[in-house]
Design a protein around this ligand. Structure first.
Ligand code: HEM
Length: 352
């Protein structure tokens, strides 16, 4: 134990001030050294981009917090070209080859792994399809592929049609209601449950996953195969995959529907063309089916265009290079670097 007079000395205002000053000076020197290293000596220092973003992740974090990151990166691509350094250890690409080079299968080589720092914050536990280790991911994916087959989709048509009809009837009621035909589409398309907090969303997914297990009517839906006793999929993998399906399948589709509606309403002549196509192809709603809807070429083009100009996933899904140097966009990318194509850029260069 320190004698009382020593303790008094250490706690005296002058010494405390000097101590704090010393710590601040040391931290500042360390920060300046790290920023200088990142800008001038880091293996990515030859890549173009703003100095601030190369020096520290603060630039990235600031735009992330403001919700302006995809737009800020978009601006950087307009200025610097196909590849931009957006953080000390992160590159963003817009060249279409990036889709295959960053995300694609590579014969004789393993894929560039998903960036764990991004995926660990995803709305699902590590066992489900979104975050499962490579071998389990492939297995779960194969088990799920039956659910996404055309045959299985056709078998689910009645259920999907039921919910589509329900939505249209609610929308009609609302549109003819007292609020002067104003409908908040984001609230209609995005279920309230997803506006709740993460923990509630997880509980809701668990509830739905468990409820699905109690249904034995032979339905061939997206998870039917996972629930077969010989599926080889564990209960944790099933629960977490259901969670992914609920988020991945609804927020994305809902955002796209909001986007296409927004753009059609802002372009009345295009809306008129789409309406005309639907009305001339179908004289009643019950004639609309998975097969017949494919005849609506103009409407499908509108959806594709909405994916381009209003991407539901506005920022990318990052991959992180492992221990090898990779070649992306014709340039070497050192180990442990985060790479991604960012959704909003798809609308940027004409080549995309
Ligand atoms: C406009 C609609 C959609 C968009 C834009 C979209 C976008 C994406 C993207 C970009 C990924 C890749 C994520 C990554 O690489 O980490 C992904 C994965 C996935 N999506 Fe979608 N999605 C849509 C609709 C759906 C629907 C309707 C479902 C299911 C009902 C679904 C289920 C999944 C699943 C399970 C994965 C993970 C696949 C895997 O890891 O192998 N998505 N989606």
């Amino acid at each position: 134990m320190l004698p009382a007079n020593n303790l008094a000395f250490i706690l005296s205002p002058v010494v405390t001030f000097e101590l704090i000053g010393g710590v601040i000076a040391l931290v500042s020197i360390a920060a300046i050294a790290s920023w200088s290293y990142n800008v001038f000596f880091h293996p990515l220092s030859n890549y173009p981009g703003p100095r601030l973003a190369a020096a520290t992740r603060l630039w990235y974090a600031w735009h992330c917090a403001k919700g302006s990151l995809p737009f800020a990166i978009h601006e950087l691509h307009l200025r610097y070209g196909d590849v931009v350094r957006v953080a000390p250890d992160e590159l963003s690409y817009i060249h279409p080859d990036g889709w295959n080079e960053i995300y694609g299968h590579r014969p004789g080589q393993s894929e560039i792994p998903k960036d764990p720092s991004f995926y660990s914050s995803a709305l699902s536990s590590p066992e489900g399809i979104f975050r499962a280790p490579r071998d389990r991911h492939g297995y779960i994916r194969r088990q799920m592929s039956h659910g996404f087959s055309e045959k299985s989709m056709r078998e689910q048509e009645d259920t999907i049609r039921h919910y589509a009809d329900l939505m249209i009837s609610y929308l009609s009621t609302q549109a003819n209601g007292p609020k002067e035909n104003v409908v908040d589409f984001t609230r209609w398309f995005i279920p309230k449950s997803f506006q709740r907090r993460k923990i509630e969303q997880q509980a809701l997914s668990r509830e739905k996953a468990n409820y699905r297990k109690t249904i034995h009517d032979g339905r061939n839906d997206l998870v039917a195969n996972l629930l077969k006793p010989d599926s080889g999929v564990t209960d944790l993998e099933y629960q977490s995959t259901v969670q992914t399906l609920i988020v991945a399948g609804s927020e994305t589709t809902a955002s796209l529907l909001c986007g296409v509606t927004f753009h059609l309403l802002n372009n009345p002549e295009k809306l008129e063309k789409a309406v005309k196509e639907v009305r001339s192809e179908f004289d009643s709603a019950d004639k609309i089916s998975f097969v017949s809807v494919n005849k609506l070429h103009y409407l499908l083009a509108c959806l594709n265009e909405a994916l381009r100009v209003y991407p539901p996933v506005a920022d990318g899904f990052p991959r992180r290079t492992g221990s090898n140097v990779e070649v992306i966009n014709g340039q070497p990318v050192p180990p442990n670097v985060r790479n991604q194509m960012t959704g909003t850029f798809i609308q940027c260069p004409e080549s995309n």
